[in-house]
Design a protein around this ligand. Sequence first.
Ligand code: GTP
Ligand code: MG
Length: 359
Amino acid sequence: MKIGLVGLPLAGKTTLYNLLTGNNLETSQFYSGKMDANLGMAQVPDVRADHLLQIYKSKRVVNAQLEITDLPGLKSDRLGSGNLFLQNVRKVDALVHVIRAFDDANVEHLDGDLDPLRDFNNLNAELYLADLDFLEKRIERIQNGKKITPEHRLEQNALEKYLQALEEEQPLHSVELSEEEADAIKHYSFFSQVPQLVVINTDEESFKNRSYKNQEELDKAIKEQGYGRLLLSAKIEGEIAELPPEDRELFMEDLGLKETGAYRLAREMYALLGQISFFTVGENEVRVWTIDQDLPARKAAGKIHSDMERGFIRAEVVAYDDLKEHGSFNKCKEKGLVRLEGKEYPVKDGDVITIRFNV
Ligand SMILES: Nc1nc2c(ncn2[C@@H]2O[C@H](COP(=O)(O)OP(=O)(O)OP(=O)(O)O)[C@@H](O)[C@H]2O)c(=O)[nH]1
Ligand SMILES: [Mg+2]
């Protein structure tokens, strides 16, 4: 899964990037104007995998990973000229949109003052503008074409509805299309429809209160767009990650946190993209696999190895929750909790799976 970190300058993107990837890139209190992106891998933490390691006495855990691109901040006075920005957005499966909601007089604010709602709208305006531009050009091309086929007509209808929605600042997913219209434009992708997890980057105090500036309007706007939302403080999470493990819990408790920011971010991202995890276990390793929700067992087997998909016989499945409750595979077997499933079985989040296959 490829994730792009986006936001206005000095929102805390690189701070979050460091937290997720374990890197230690320089961050600055002043706008640097740097235009290069940072690319790194983030481990997706999963406490279930660590627990399976103990149950199966395996040697190591192989986590799922996210490929993270930390994009340069988009200046709000440069909207409409962000070609490089848009090229980068096109390359990712989802965006983490970092919004500055922390109050800190030492960190420059290019647009003057703290205004999370304005910042959210400013960055999204870039995506809207790019979609508008595409729609206008495409409609014009159809209109000026020599021959307008019925398919063109359908496409034009759909695109015009989209255009109208954007002009009224309505999200594209709210547009009602007929089945034929939807079909006529299904090969297009739109910037404003790239799934977004909006990270509200707060300071310690507003995190503790779980409240921030423009909260009501901002939450409403995020919801209307169909985006996800996560509250965290990138800076504090970074500081917590540097503590010795035994001290972390105390700090987290103080903030009312059970899980780290990296964990919560991964979980929200999976929910947003409809992804789940299943596990394979062995003497050597516990491995976490990421798949689309409800993927049939045979297709899931193909993620592990194409031979397993080709020669699939059955999947032996036990739920993580059952293993956790009963403590061992054998106990689960005694209780009849280990199932044999066929190729169409929709794999569930937390399934521990052994594929039986023959090639
Ligand atoms: N107080 C506070 N400061 C933060 C927080 N997150 C980031 N900062 C600070 O804000 C400044 C900018 O952070 P960066 O992570 O470099 O911001 P950025 O979005 O990558 O900035 P550009 O790359 O210039 O777009 C740094 O001085 C950070 O320490 C936070 O949660 N609270
Ligand atoms: Mg940065």
